[in-house]
Design a protein around this ligand. Sequence first.
Ligand SMILES: Cc1ncc(C[n+]2csc(CCOP(=O)(O)OP(=O)(O)O)c2C)c(N)n1
Ligand SMILES: [Mg+2]
Length: 571
Amino acid sequence: MSDKKKVTGTGGELLMHQLVAQGVEYAFTNTGSAEAGFFDAFLTVPGVQPVLLLNEALVLSAADGYAKAANKPSFVNVHLAAGTRQGSGQLFNAYFDGTPMVVTAALRDNGSFGDHNTLGASSGFSQMSTVQDVTKKRWEVLDPKGIPLATRRAFKEAMSMPSGPVYLAFGSPALDAKNVEGVIQAARPLEVPETPRETTISKMHDALLNAENPLLLVGPDVRTAGAGREILELSENYALPTAVGFYDYGAFPMKHPNYIGMIDTIPEGGYDVVFCVGYRQNTRAGASDEKFQDAGTIMAIGHDPSMLGSTFAVDLDVLGNVRNTLTAINGQWKPDHANLQHIQKRKQALIAQSKARAEGQASTAASRATDTPIHPEYLGDVMARTLAGNTMMVSENFKAADHLMPFGYGDNDWSMVRTYGGSLGYGPGSAVGAQLGAPDRPVTLSIGDGSVMYSSSAFWSMARYNLPILTIVWNNMQYQTVRTNFAAWGGNMADQNRYPETFLGDPEIDFVMLAKAQGIDGMRVDDPSQLEAAMKRGRDAQAAGEPFLLDVRITNVGAGADQSWYMPRKT
Ligand SMILES: Cc1ncc(C[n+]2csc(CCOP(=O)(O)OP(=O)(O)O)c2C)c(N)n1
Ligand SMILES: [Mg+2]
């Protein structure tokens, strides 16, 4: 049982006491005066560190990065309805990923008096409408006595499966109220049963054991559950070709012989057994969302019921902590099974394909080592070889080289933090949160030039809180992802090799100056022969406790790589 205690104070103080009891270390925030009753409590109730980010989207992405890095729920305070809306592109990401997060703001009464409230919800609407499709649950709290209870419930909802962001709007008078009595008690996530049904586990084991052409598809729940060892054991026992979800390169070690690629790049058909472990499908609003149409048996385990069987139907499923289910399946494995001929054969084939891929990657990187401007494959290769072991890489990179990084589950392996929601403006804020959530790990932000500019004021927070984040800007002066997608779409754009509003080089953005303006040192790298030395300098700065930025000028690749056209403004 968690301790209960009675406290008396302002509404803001009761909220702060509740956060302290909950073990909240940081309040990610952008400040506003309607929340004065909350901010005042920082001075009277110690224990929570406020972390200021200069735009609400940054606040939400920092909270997301923190929750992913620390594997804990995060706490946010933003300013009224308008601040909430400003952060909503990143709240979208957190909701998409099911990140446990309690988001709060003050609330203005928009009915009793004036109905044209500055920064408030519009008349006739609740502030809840600003978050209704991007939160798991939401509440208005008007009575100060309810603040501890409502906050406790919010944490419980955020953490319980399926986890996700929730929203609490406190009336300003409730935060301001004095001499309020409340009972403070921490919430815990609801416990889910640990032992899956024996018959289901046996069926899953049998399917995997007898499969001739299986696919293991791994998603982010594996990392959330801390099931790295268990997923490796499963993949290795049954010799399972293993793919990861959409850009989810941290879900399984790329260098492992069983790794075969990202789901969107491998063949879709031909599997007799597909086993999805914590996989969260990124759907595309088309008939192709119904995957694996010719598969014999599809099995799925995971933390969120809406991610299991929502597009392709599953034959066998277990909702709950994936570590427990994996442990139970692994428990059915007998050493003799390894002698089965089809498993032996698959093991050899996997070793061969992985060796071929590694050789291909090494020779591509070597052949690109002197390309000027720097080739992105070479930048990826140098990062993978040069950066610190145990790096936590926050990635906001699409057509980059995340697949080259040494991600894995061992002590010296890297891990990845990213959002699968795809709403740009994530990386720099997330890196701030990730470094706070994993203070002992080297954090590197790997990010495209276009992406930086959605949230370019996060460098200030890195400097203010002494967060030794190494930022590597993959600067191709383009929205390359959009340009290549436009080219694939075809039309006049492809015929004329002109892709409106994808070129960013006029004027050129100087990322070193951008960082410097906010208190961070950096350097620009143009010459491939200087790349390794620059990377080491960045790593050394990071090791010395300093944030640093590398503006790496890279070449464009893919369709339209040669174009720098944009539509001139008529004058
Ligand atoms: C909020 C939001 N707006 C727009 C987009 C569309 N979009 C996807 S990728 C991309 C370009 C990213 O550019 P950059 O970071 O330079 O990476 P590159 O594509 O050049 O590798 C854009 C604009 C998006 N995903 N999210
Ligand atoms: Mg770019």
